[in-house]
Write a protein that binds this ligand. Structure first.
Ligand code: SF4
Length: 393
């Protein structure tokens, strides 16, 4: 399989997003954050292309102003206020970036460089060869002769040192760089994420063993893709996904008020009715619970085992919650061939255990997983449409 680093990330984020982009080949409309991020990358590329005659701050800002993305380039800001706020943010980022990075002691080896690495899961055999591709924002040669890979981030959060130390993207970039320049020593390679909004660069390093483990991760992910049924996985990242209006999780939010095509139902009205009844039921359930408690206290105080009303009666019984000595139970049931019949895996308990054991054991258990039956179920959540829309903003 030929796969890019960003497609692997898409799959990890949401299998359906991967399917939309890689299998259905639907181009993802760019969000304003993505347009802004791409533009800042473009400006920094222009700046570093001038190495060693780095432009002045004024020249950098002039370039930024002149090439600001226009409506004609296929993207429309919501309004001029929104555009202005992004524009100002870009000016601030570049100014602070420039001031923090002069004098520019670095020497540029490459900018936005593409790499392709063959990852072979069955060395010596024909099958099992995968090609991993990607683009590295910047490769620098530092004054001490070592190399630094830099990836710019324009997101709203700075990652922790810990997450940068285990960041897959940087490991894949190191693999990419070493395949291009095999003589690069891994201990002479620094990997950095530059969080432009915060003007903060976080550095890390890898070992050869880390790179081997990352290759193994790529192979495992490819296997997961090959077996996937591409179910959507919604998360906070849906807010940045350009496929929301075709995704079965969010599509309905963007559809008009028309009646449903299938049964001529006003589905929105039915959903609201459902939540209205659910609220009523919750009120009734609370009242029933408090009546039960009162009746229980009454029985207890009067020493009664049964109390009567006109329409029914209550019984107060005592039951024991029992547990068994598993070893003894097994000794009796196993010779009768009945032991397996009472064993059942509780998926919720298994999920809890999975969180406590190392990844390699989790993977082994995952391999033992077998889908017995696929079933669909409806779950509900009474969060208002307005709140959902605000969350996606
Ligand atoms: S909107 Fe969310 S769930 Fe839907 S495809 Fe995108 S990431 Fe997946």
């Amino acid at each position: 399989m030929r796969i890019s680093y960003s497609s692997l990330e898409n799959f990890k984020q949401c299998p359906l997003k991967y399917k939309f982009s890689q299998i259905d080949k639907i181009k993802e409309p760019k969000s304003k954050e993505a347009v802004f991020g791409t533009y800042i990358h473009k400006v920094l590329k222009w700046f570093y292309q001038k190495d060693p005659y780095f432009p002045t701050l004024d020249a950098l800002l002039d370039y930024y102003k002149e090439h600001w993305p226009k409506k004609s380039e296929g993207f429309e800001w919501q309004d001029s206020e929104e555009e202005h706020s992004y524009f100002k943010e870009g000016m601030r980022i570049l100014e602070e970036y420039y001031k923090a990075n002069i004098p520019h002691q670095t020497s540029i080896l490459d900018l936005e460089t593409r790499f392709e690495v063959t990852i072979d899961e069955n060395p010596g055999k024909q099958n099992g060869k995968h090609i991993l591709t990607g683009i590295i924002d910047r490769i620098d040669k530092l004054p001490d002769g070592t190399i630094e890979i830099i990836d710019y981030k324009t997101g709203k959060r700075v990652a922790s040192q810990r997450s940068v130390d285990s960041n897959d993207q940087l490991s894949f970039y190191a693999i990419g760089l070493k395949s291009r320049w095999p003589r690069t020593k891994i201990d002479k390679l620094t990997l950095s994420l530059y969080f432009l909004k915060f003007n903060e660069k976080i550095k890390t390093q890898r070992t050869e063993q880390d790179l081997e483990e990352s290759k193994e991760k790529v192979i495992q992910l490819i296997h997961k893709i090959e077996k996937s049924n591409f179910e959507p996985r919604s998360s906070a990242l849906c807010g940045w996904c350009g496929y929301r209006n075709i995704c079965p999780i969010w599509r309905h939010l963007y559809e008009g008020q028309s009646k449903s095509d299938v049964n001529e139902l006003d589905i929105k009205q039915k959903i609201d009715k459902y939540f209205e009844l659910k609220d009523k039921r919750e009120g009734i359930e609370k009242e029933l619970e408090s009546l039960r408690n009162l009746i229980d206290v009454y029985c207890n105080q009067r020493g009664l085992k049964r109390v009567f009303g006109e329409n029914g009666y209550f019984c107060r019984t005592t039951k024991n919650k029992v547990s068994y000595n598993i070893k003894k139970l097994k000794e009796v049931l196993e010779p009768l061939d009945k032991w397996e019949r009472i064993l059942a895996i509780d998926p919720k308990k298994l999920d809890r255990v999975l969180k406590e054991i190392p990844q390699e054991l989790r993977d082994k258990i995952k391999e033992a997983e077998k889908i017995e039956q696929e079933y669909k179920y409806l779950s509900s959540n009474n969060v208002s449409k307005k709140e959902v829309e605000e969350e996606l903003e």
